[in-house]
Design a protein around this ligand. Sequence first.
Ligand SMILES: NC(=O)c1ccc[n+]([C@@H]2O[C@H](COP(=O)([O-])OP(=O)(O)OC[C@H]3O[C@@H](n4cnc5c(N)ncnc54)[C@H](O)[C@@H]3O)[C@@H](O)[C@H]2O)c1
Length: 480
Amino acid sequence: MKSNRRDFLRLTGLTSIGLLGGCNLKGTHLAGEESKSSTLDHIKKESEKSYSQLFNMSGYDAAPKLDTVRVGFVGLGGRGSAAVSRLSYIEGVKINGLCDVVPEQAEAAKQRIKTPGHSPVVFSGDEESWMEMCRRDDLDLIYIATPWPLHAPIAIYAMEHGKHVATEIPAATTVEDCWKLVQTSERTKKHCVILENCCYDFFELLTLNLARNGFFGDIIHCEGAYIHDIGESLFFRGKPNRSWRLKENMTRNGCLYPTHGLGPVAQIMNINRGNQMDYLVSTSTDDFLMNNIAKKLTESEDYFQQFVDAPFRGNMNTTTIKTVSGQTIMIQHDVTTPRPYSRIHLVSGTKATAQKYPLPPRIATGHKGWISEEEFKKLEKEFTPPIVQKLGEMAKKIGGHGGMDFLMDWRLIDCLRNGLPVDMDVYDAAAWSVIGPLSEWSVANRSTPIDIPDFTSGEWKNNKPHDISLKNGGTTGVQI
Ligand SMILES: NC(=O)c1ccc[n+]([C@@H]2O[C@H](COP(=O)([O-])OP(=O)(O)OC[C@H]3O[C@@H](n4cnc5c(N)ncnc54)[C@H](O)[C@@H]3O)[C@@H](O)[C@H]2O)c1
């Protein structure tokens, strides 16, 4: 077991002990320091490698249909335990495994199962318990909601052991791991789904359907973001065992959480399916807040002293992407400034514009202002996609960010049960996630442009946009 783990970690390049649980920040090597003194050359080198496609997983509809999807969860903190609850409502789901390094977390997740018929085995007490779970043959899908650096290693290991995977965001934190996800999914023909719930936000879905119907004309520019003031809570989550998110913000400087903003607009722009992201430039501000929060917290508790003068990430990162079709995408990342939550979600085309944040969502067809509420409702009635029409109200009841989390989970299970291509495949997982490390490189190199790898190996020219009609699925029920 131990040597198995060691070999696997060597193969996946996951060699830093700090990436696996515990995360004692004192004495760990800080990449933030490195980024100040070097140019993160390894990121550039990895981004320049190219690989040949082994098999095209885009539109892959030959995975055997699974009448029952047997699920094992890894990472049962806030996000993972909520997913256990949501999936337990979905027909055809059998929760067979629950894994968390902390036994209490795994046991608590068991209590969140809402329907009868599940008798999950608990895997816990060890940082590598997830490997044991992934090796079992009573599982079809591994659902990953651990700290970021574990997403790719678990996903790769699970696919190697014959499981489909669904991973929380970002799917990987290095360019190398993005490629490994792609190659493993292609070689094993297992789905590797990125759990980008914002792609199922009702307004994001409305704009996707409007775009598909030509409402915006040609798309020129889109914007997305993760702007969420969670600054001080990062430090409290930073207490032993929960320090991973703070550590990311102390060791990497860039757009660390790009996919909430990027996923929905990448789908609107048909990225990986007729379009491709070409290159990006990225800029970060300095840190004006995190170190001050650290200093303030030391006044009440010595524990926080270890964070004072850490090389905190710049508070606001702005990344601009150019597509091969001549459009731009602007993505922002900010978890500390005092301002209302925003994912921006701006879609700007030759005929119309939509923007969700600041709320409420709006649409315009000219410079004179936003269309009236009545006109908005008319568009909503005509263009709300079938998944929202069918399950929107139920999803709101079950919950999860206003219902989008449930729509995402239901759609994933419905695709697996009907043998359909998944909406967000391994190429999306890789392309959306790679913005993290590439932006780090650009920030460390005075916003120099960097090319975005083509994870589809040229197949983006032939791949078709994912289906939003539900015409080949929609058969999975919900027990509520
Ligand atoms: N899509 C969304 O809206 C959304 C929202 C919140 C979090 N997330 C994502 O979900 C993931 C988890 O976030 P969270 O807020 O639940 O974090 P968390 O810290 O609450 O939970 C992480 C869990 O992983 C466990 N863990 C750590 N190392 C492990 C190991 N080696 N084996 C098994 N379990 C291990 C921890 O004990 C903890 O219970 C992150 O990737 C985060 O980005 C997504």
